[in-house]
Design a binder for this molecule. Structure first.
Ligand code: NDP
Ligand code: 8X3
Length: 252
């Protein structure tokens, strides 16, 4: 029988590539994001492979999160796999120059949004004593780099919450794991630099960065392990990257 996966942030980057690989590999998919047109296009594309349901909401809107998840049609209501992926960095400034709206966005989306979605989905898994939650952290969840302050803080919180979820959901047989990518060439830097495409593309110049499909491939691997196997914590970087600040740009 097909499993159902709910993927947040499926309109772009890692989330979109994850929806694509899971749809092609025997999962029903619930694709989430704010951009309705992108959801409609992706829904059309994936319906050639599987059953797809699109949910448009902002993860910051807790009432809408609960309304949308509690209102899922019967055939999508048994969520087996939750990929908590929606998130971004907003700004890259020394903390003393940080923008309050950027701070709010990162804490509200990356941390509180992940909590709201999880709160809505966990009862479904607890009732069935089965389920798998993957939280997308970052290398920024494991180390702190200059000007990364609040983004790193939000991802460190994701790392801690992931560990907490694994402990508290242990009695219910629910698998919980964190996947922590290094630099992935997606729309991430365009969002961080508020649409400055040139500055964003410079981030990935001079080396061969991870692609969204690399992370999606790993997520597919993680969620298709036998039930007794839980990949609890996984850090992945491109070969050129050794840490948040050390990237070998002489390799190409
Ligand atoms: P993208 O910018 O390409 O994708 C971000 C996704 O998050 C979009 O689908 C966006 O959808 C969704 N999203 C953002 N804000 C909200 C919101 N308020 N409500 C609902 N959905 C939202 O970036 P990535 O694919 O790279 O990022 C995905 C995850 O991976 C993030 O958590 C990021 O922190 C993490 N990550 C990224 C790395 C990288 O280098 N790219 C490295 C390590 C981790 P929409 O705008 O339609 O709402
Ligand atoms: C995204 C990777 O290094 O820009 O989480 O923080 S980094």
């Amino acid at each position: 029988m097909k499993k159902t996966a709910l993927i947040t942030g499926a309109t772009s980057g890692i989330g979109k590539a994850t929806a694509q690989i899971l749809a092609k590999n025997n999962f029903k998919v619930i694709i989430c994001g704010r951009r309705k047109e992108r959801l409609a296009d992706l829904g059309k594309e994936l319906s050639a492979f599987t059953e797809v349901h699109a949910l448009a909401f902002d993860v910051r809107d807790k009432n809408d999160v609960f309304e949308k998840i509690n209102g899922l049609p019967e055939e999508f209501s048994t969520i087996d796999v939750l990929i908590n992926n929606a998130g971004n960095a907003h700004g890259l400034d020394p903390i003393q120059n940080g923008d309050l709206d950027d701070w709010d966005a990162m804490i509200d989306i990356n941390v509180k949004g992940l909590l709201y979605i999880s709160k809505a989905v966990m009862p479904i898994m607890i009732e069935r004593k089965s389920g798998h939650i993957i939280n997308i952290g970052s290398t920024a969840a494991k180390e702190v780099y200059p000007n990364g302050n609040v983004y790193c803080g939000s991802k460190h919180a994701v790392d801690a919450i992931t560990a907490g979820m694994r402990i508290d959901l242990n009695p219910y047989g629910i698998r919980v794991g964190g996947i922590h990518p290094g630099m992935v060439a997606t729309e991430f830097s365009e969002v961080r630099f508020k649409g400055d495409a040139e500055r964003a593309s410079n981030v990935y110049k001079g080396f061969d960065p991870l692609q969204a499909e690399d992370i999606a491939d790993i997520i597919h691997f993680v969620v298709t392990r036998p039930y007794h196997v839980n990949i609890a914590d996984l850090v992945v970087m491109s070969t050129a990257q050794a840490s948040s600040t050390i990237v070998n740009k002489k390799m190409l």
